[in-house]
Each structure stands twice: as C-alpha cells, then as structure tokens.
Design a binder for this molecule. Structure first.
Ligand SMILES: C[S@@+](CC[C@H](N)C(=O)[O-])C[C@H]1O[C@@H](n2cnc3c(N)ncnc32)[C@H](O)[C@@H]1O
Length: 295
C-alpha cells in the first residue's frame, strides 16, 4: 500500500524517497477507516509511543514491510490485538496471538475482585489458582500486583501455555518466581497436596453456549476452546465452582467471570456446591459479570 510514496530530488539530482510516519498514518487511516487503529499500527511499527514526536520522523525502510503487513491483516478482518501482537491488561503489556483469547476489560474487573478477596483474607503467603490462564493475564496481574501471592496457572492448551510463558518471562523475576504454569484440566493439573489450601481460585472459563451467535471477528479468529463451554454455556463454570468448594481453604473465595444472563443459574450452582456466601458483582458498565463465592 506504499506505492505512492512521495519522491523528491536532491540537489545532486538523485531521487530520494522521503517518507514520514505521518504519511503512513494517513494511508492507514484511509485504508482502515479508523485513525485510532492507524495510530496503534504506526506506534507498533515505529516502536515508539511518543505520538507527536514520531509523526515527522523518516520511516526506516526496514519498517515498511512490517507496517504494510499489519495494515493488510487488519483490513482482512483480523482483530487489532492479534495484528499488533500485544495488548494492555491492567499494568501489563501482554503478548497475544491466535493461540489465546484476547484479554478483555471485564476480566480486569475479575482481577480487581480477586485482589480484594486476597486483601480480605490477608494470608501471610497467599495461594492462588488461575484456571484456564490463556495469555496469563489474570495470573500474571495478580503476581505483579500482590507481592505475597503465589499463583498456580493451568490450561489444557499447550499452545496457550506457550504464550503465557512468554508473558511470564516479560514480567520480571521478583514476580515471575511466584508463578507456576501447568498443562491440564482445571484442578486436575494441580499438585494434590494443595487440595483445601487455596486462598483464591480465580477463573475466566469458556462460558458461551454452542448455539450462541458470535461476531465474526470473535468466532473466526479466537480459539474455540477458549470460548465455547458446551450446550448450556455454564458447563465450565460449574466444573470450576464445584472443584473450588474442594480446593479452597476454609476462608477462601472463588472468583469467576460469567456472562450477565447466567447470573441466576451461577448463583444457584454456587449455593448447590456448598458456598455459604454468594455474590455477583458488576463490571465497569454495570453488567453482572463476576461471581464471588466464599466458603
Ligand atoms: C475465556 S479463556 C480465558 C483466558 C484468560 N484467562 C483471560 O481471561 O483472558 C478460557 C481458557 O480456558 C482454557 N480451557 C478450556 N477448557 C479448559 C479445561 N478443561 N481446563 C483448563 N483450561 C481450559 C482455554 O484453553 C482458554 O485458554
């Protein structure tokens, strides 16, 4: 898409391409119909986030194929997060690609609630399980934001764990040494000695029903195993909540992301699993999104 680069003649008469980031930004805005997305792509291609400073700088030739590829992938419908291969989540800048779900703003609220539960419990050494860790968004945020948290993260997908481990390497060793990542189904991946020991079990499991219709930007690009739970949509939530009743310490809490329409069913299944204190909290837009079940 950069065929119409401006060409100027130097005093010597030799042609020289003078291409600035502003020029590429204009091209990308026209191609994508979004100045916000064009800006993100320019920031990624330039490796700079000092927006105004970068605009009139010359584009190094080696950056052009990367820029073009990102614009064309986005124009073909690939989510911006995968195109950029990174996305902000709370304090983290996570690596993401098609092997993992794109971390969502509502999951940032799930982390907030889990951290509040950890503060309430106030354990000297907090033990946390993040089930279905995907990119590692929840596990790594808790490890970074709660200095005494020891986090065990599980996922059935080896591909997802490869991404999570790449993100683990990016958070710095003081937090990273307190995170372990294990492949396997929900609690079965965890060491049996931890049964009844966890202060918080947190999870954003798949919670979409098989027959639900999803936007193509989601269904065509994000891993099906991260989205679809089964015919009801609550199957994975039920497994996590039932297991949590067994794996939590007596004062512990399960914190689980849900879809708003599942609130009543999830509340009932938490009571059935033996939780005495069950609450559903809203996300930032006020929709019922987070189950908090205390033993
Ligand atoms: C909705 S994604 C959440 C990813 C990440 N925690 C987040 O919030 O962005 C659900 C994750 O659960 C994993 N998963 C699905 N079934 C699982 C199972 N039976 N045991 C463990 N993880 C599972 C998927 O591979 C996926 O990474």
């Amino acid at each position: 898409m950069t065929e119409q680069e401006p060409e100027v003649r130097q005093a010597s008469g030799a042609p020289q391409v003078v291409l600035t980031w502003r020029h590429l930004y204009t091209l990308a805005t026209e191609r994508l119909g979004s100045d916000v997305e064009a800006r993100r792509i320019v920031e990624r291609a330039s490796g700079r986030d000092v927006w105004l400073a970068v605009l009139d700088e010359h584009v190094p030739e080696r950056a052009i194929p990367f820029f073009d590829e990102m614009v064309e992938r986005r124009a073909a419908g690939e989510p911006l997060q995968y195109v950029l291969q990174r996305w902000g989540f709370r304090t983290l800048d996570l690596f993401v690609d098609q092997r993992v779900l794109i971390p969502r703003p509502e999951t940032e609220v799930v982390v907030e609630v889990a951290i509040r539960e950890l503060r309430r419990i106030d354990a000297h050494r907090a033990l946390v399980a993040d089930l279905g860790t995907g990119s590692g968004a929840i596990a790594l945020s808790i490890a970074v934001e709660v200095p005494n948290a020891h986090v065990w993260a599980t996922d059935t997908s080896e591909d997802a764990l490869t991404v999570a481990r790449a993100n683990l390497a990016g958070i710095g060793s003081p937090a990273a040494v307190r995170v372990r990542m294990l492949q396997g189904r929900w609690f079965t991946a965890l060491p049996g000695a931890f049964r009844g020991q966890f202060d918080v079990v947190v999870s954003n499991p798949p919670y979409i029903a098989e027959q639900e219709v999803l936007p193509s930007e989601v269904v065509d690009w994000e891993p099906r195993s991260a989205l679809i739970a089964g015919p009801q949509g609550t199957e994975a939530i039920a497994e996590v909540v039932q297991g949590a009743a067994e794996w939590l310490a007596p004062a512990g809490a399960a914190v689980v992301e849900i879809a708003p329409h599942q609130a009543a069913d999830v509340r009932a299944l938490a009571h059935d699993a033996g939780f005495a204190n069950v609450d559903i909290r809203p996300d930032l837009t006020g929709r019922a999104r987070v189950l908090v079940a205390r033993r």
